[in-house]
Structures are given as C-alpha cells and as structure tokens.
Write a protein that binds this ligand. Structure first.
Ligand code: IMP
Ligand code: MG
Length: 186
C-alpha cells in the first residue's frame, strides 16, 4: 500500500526521481574525485541521502570511508538563525584526506562555509561537496557546491531525511510544505 502524503505536504521529487539522481551524482563524483574518499556527512538532515549516496558510490567504483559531524543553525524554526554550531564532532583525523562533504540543503551557505573552513583548518588535502538540494536565491555567503542533486525555489521542503521541527524525516520523497503548514511545527 502506498501511503498518502501528510496534510500540507506536496510531492516535489518522488523516490524514483531521487534514486535516479543519486546514481548520476555518484558517477559524477567518482569521475572527478577518484576512488579514495572520506565522506563527511553533516547530520542530521543528510543521513538518508548519505546512506543512498555511499551505496551508489560503491556501485560506481568508489569505496568511501564515512564519518559524521553535527552542525546546527535552525533550532525549531524554518529560518536559519545565522549562527552555525558544532554539536558533535568527527571521530576521524581528516589531515591529508580527500574529503567529500555530504549535506542536505545549501541555503544561506553558512553551514557549508563552516564545514569547508573546519576541514581545511584541519589539513584536509582536498575538499569537495555534494548537496542534495540547492536554494540559490537564499544565498547569504559566497559558497557553492561541487555537486548538486536538484536546484529548487526558496520554499521549505521535508522528507528523505529533512525535517520540520523533527517531523517528516522518514518520508520516502521530498515534499514542499504549504506555507500555512510551516507554522504548525514551530
Ligand atoms: P544554510 O546554512 O542556511 O545553508 O542552511 C543549510 C541547512 O539548513 C541545511 O543543512 C538544513 O539542515 C537546513 N535547511 C535549509 N532549508 C531547509 C528546508 O527547506 N527544510 C529542512 N531543512 C532545511
Ligand atoms: Mg543540515
């Protein structure tokens, strides 16, 4: 049985569309970066994407190592506070490593800029980034991703790991939240 969408959530990218794009991204990443990669997953929002991406990387010939870092700028709100906080650090030494940052959404750019800065300060040999979604119209700091799944309008989305106040992460698709429903989760 296929469940209905939650109230106020419209499908933007189906599970099939996401799976197809993840496979393409893995091919692009492997042809540009080679097979020796340390994937740094920015939690929490990208854990579903990262789980699919590392398996797609494996199918495309890269056997990546994986580590996790938790960065937060949102709290319970749908607008970034502008302040990125590291709440859980990596366990690997990134010195000399070829790192691929994996995150869910590039919005203001503050999270990605913070991640780049942190990894470079720690001596990563190369740093590339793969973002599932990009909202280019919301950029506040000049940073771009090397690989982007889908560019979207500046609207709030959930599902496939993305939450609204901790809800909806388990939806298998990416959904757009109708504006009157973004208030409900605050
Ligand atoms: P930035 O630092 O402004 O680029 O924000 C990036 C982070 O904000 C992402 O990693 C997400 O965790 C979160 N975020 C931005 N837009 C959305 C959204 O539409 N839904 C859920 N989380 C979002
Ligand atoms: Mg995030």
């Amino acid at each position: 049985m296929v469940g209905a969408n939650p109230a106020g959530v419209d499908t933007l990218f189906s599970a099939e569309q996401i799976a197809g794009r993840v496979e393409e991204l893995a091919g692009e990443i492997v042809s540009r970066s080679g097979a020796d990669l340390l994937v740094v997953v920015i939690l929490k929002g990208s854990f579903v994407f990262a789980a699919d991406l590392i398996r797609a990387l494996e199918r495309n010939g890269a056997s990546a190592r994986v580590d996790f870092i938790t960065l937060s700028s949102y709290g319970e709100a749908t607008e970034s506070s502008g302040n990125v906080v590291l709440t859980h650090d990596l366990s690997e030494d990134v010195n000399g490593q070829n790192v691929l940052i994996v995150d869910d959404i590039l919005e203001s750019g503050r999270t990605l800029e913070f991640a780049y800065r942190t990894l470079r300060e720690r001596g990563a040999a190369t740093v590339l980034s793969c973002l599932l979604l990009d909202k280019p119209e919301k950029r506040a700091v000049p940073v771009e991703a090397d690989f982007v799944g889908f560019s979207i309008a500046p609207e709030f989305v959930v599902g496939y790991g993305l939450d609204l106040a901790h809800r909806y992460r388990g939806l298998p698709f990416i959904g757009r939240v109708q504006p009157d429903h973004t208030e409900a989760g605050r």
